[in-house]
Design a protein around this ligand. Structure first.
Ligand SMILES: Nc1ncnc2c1ncn2[C@@H]1O[C@H](COP(=O)(O)OP(=O)(O)OP(=O)(O)O)[C@@H](O)[C@H]1O
Ligand SMILES: [Mg+2]
Length: 106
């Protein structure tokens, strides 16, 4: 199992989550965050916006589904301009459903 952490543009949130749901991946957690990438924020005239609002999606998925999920997020979340976001993939040891007690390892 993997955890996919995707940091995307706020105005792409709905299209990304709808595309994920349509392709069979409805379960996710979303968090509003602020961050910066390698350009260290953005300067507009005299104002430096040190950190910019983004949306963070957390999705725990089977290893075999990771590439499809990454592809959906990448194609739906892309504008081609700087600041489109990042996707991080982490290993997950266990996934426990509170209601049923089901435990999924690997
Ligand atoms: N190395 C990192 N670690 C943690 N979060 C990051 C990292 N890089 C980017 N982020 C997060 O992703 C958001 C979007 O980053 P951004 O798309 O600007 O990445 P980038 O690497 O600078 O790519 P680009 O050159 O396309 O702008 C940031 O606001 C921040 O929240
Ligand atoms: Mg950037």
């Amino acid at each position: 199992m993997k955890m996919i952490i995707a940091i995307i543009r706020p105005n792409k949130l709905n299209s990304v989550t709808e595309a994920l749901s349509k392709e069979g991946f409805p379960a996710l957690t979303e968090i509003s965050v602020r961050g910066r990438g390698k350009q260290k924020g953005i300067r507009i005239n005299d104002m430096l916006y040190d950190k910019l609002p983004k949306e963070m999606l957390i999705i725990v998925a089977k290893n075999e589904d990771v590439e499809k999920i990454v592809s959906i997020i990448s194609t739906t979340g892309k504008t081609g301009n700087i600041g489109d976001g990042k996707i991080f993939i982490l290993n997950v040891e266990e996934n426990i459903t509170i209601r049923t007690g089901e435990r999924i390892k690997e």
